[in-house]
Design a protein around this ligand. Sequence first.
Ligand code: VG1
Ligand code: CO
Length: 543
Amino acid sequence: MTIETVTTAPIEGQKPGTSGLRKKTPVFMQPGYLENYVQAVIEGVGGVSGKTIVVGGDGRYFNDRAIATILRMLSANGARKAIVGQSGLLSTPAASNLIRTRHTDGGIILSASHNPGGEHGDFGLKFNTPNGGPAAENVTDAIFARSTEITQYKILSDEAPALDVIGTSTLGEMEVEIVDPVTDYVTMMEGLVDFDRLRALFKSGFRMRFDAMHAVTGPYAKAILEDRLGAEPGTVVNGTPLPDFAGHHPDPNPVYAKELFDLMASADAPDMGAASDGDGDRNIVLGKGLPVSPSDSLAVLAANLHFAKGYTTGLKGIARSMPTSRAADRVAEKLGVGMYETPTGWKFFGNLLDAGRVTICGEESAGTGSSHVREKDGLWAVLVWMDIVAARGESVAEILRDHWQRFGRDYYTRHDYEGIASSAGDELMADLRARIETLPGQSFAGLTVTSADDFAYADPTDGSVSRKQGIRVNFDNGSRAVFRLSGTGTEGATLRVYLERFEADLTKQDMDPQEALADIIAAAGELASIQQRTGRNAPDVIT
Ligand code: VG1
Ligand code: CO
């Protein structure tokens, strides 16, 4: 056993974004790229000497080789133990759970989530802290700072153990425990939703389709839905994780999960449709003929959480990312609990969950989760929806329509302009920022701006402030547009435009969101000169 100290030099651009460092796979595979960043992570979190670290990923191309390198580096840097998912697999919520329940010092999760995988796809790495959640900004800043100063990294000369056999071995001085990635997660879910009630639901003839999109959730969904709850075999489709996700974007939206959306809109639709993303933290839920928008899903889950087995005492508070619709705010108000509006990215929910201020969190990007872990959790959301369906004895669509009747409907859509020139994205945002103060009173496509700001968030638990988190513009008809640039892309820039309008009138709640929001879509386009600046006539993805 030899610990090698390899001389290196900083590599530009190793700056974590919304959720860790994401780059094209060939970039990550350049000699020294992964090693530099892992050493920066190790040093940025204060070293790993004597520590226990969870390691796993979503199975995408390079996952196994990256894990082998990481294990050799953890050992060389003095870690006591690594807990690794079998075959290198761990969904993001399952990793969060392991970090928490095994009282470890954190985890390294390999994923670029909803981004495509494969040799020419994307790869990513993030560090989660001992609370199970993505490192907060002070930690990611420290990691980035280390990446700009690095002069050497440490790696063990020995080969890492094979990852396919469950059990314990040693690598240098470090213990390596390979665990079944699914077992602990299933046990956790059993405590949160009523497996007996769900078994009875399937027995009564309830049919669903769960699309795992060839990504990491397949084994989890099969184990729970088909093996434990008795859903008919074949309920889980695309259930085997593939290194390139069969060439698809593993993102459960109307564009990339089109087959599921088409099925749920057809006469053959089962009672419920659901899908998850590459690393298993996102979810979409669809009723017969009626998809649930992620913002609505957060609101409905919050309003009905007490029906689920693990939440009968109700909830402490709700948090949503700023661009997520305000539907959940109406629920918080009715329940008389706290409502928190945070910047995009799950790392901002961690402190609120740790402080016991909130029980449920959500994002418009198909993410919902609760205090059970410190990540969003795709399968959890699907199971809680099912538990609510079973408890209320109503369908997904009935529950959603009933929610709109009681709370009103927040029409919502997000328009993404993907892969535009970085300069075009930066200029569009800079121009909006420069005009913020002059916008109120101005009219665009017939709507007048009532207020505008650049969202800043002061964390109520530690006072840290995050600025420039997105431009919010409110209009005189109560509608809102939000503009921000994605922090998870790997090519050029992606402009996200979030659009919403509240509709209290019961007779006007059955419109297509694109029609219901047509005027605000036009106003946002004119206000930010989207066409001229992006050179696009239409968004690439509408969710
Ligand atoms: C996107 C989503 C954000 C989510 C993030 C990570 O970030 O908008 O809501 O938290 O992805 O999700 P951005 O910066 O591209 O808008 V995942 O499932 O990629 O870990
Ligand atoms: Co994800």
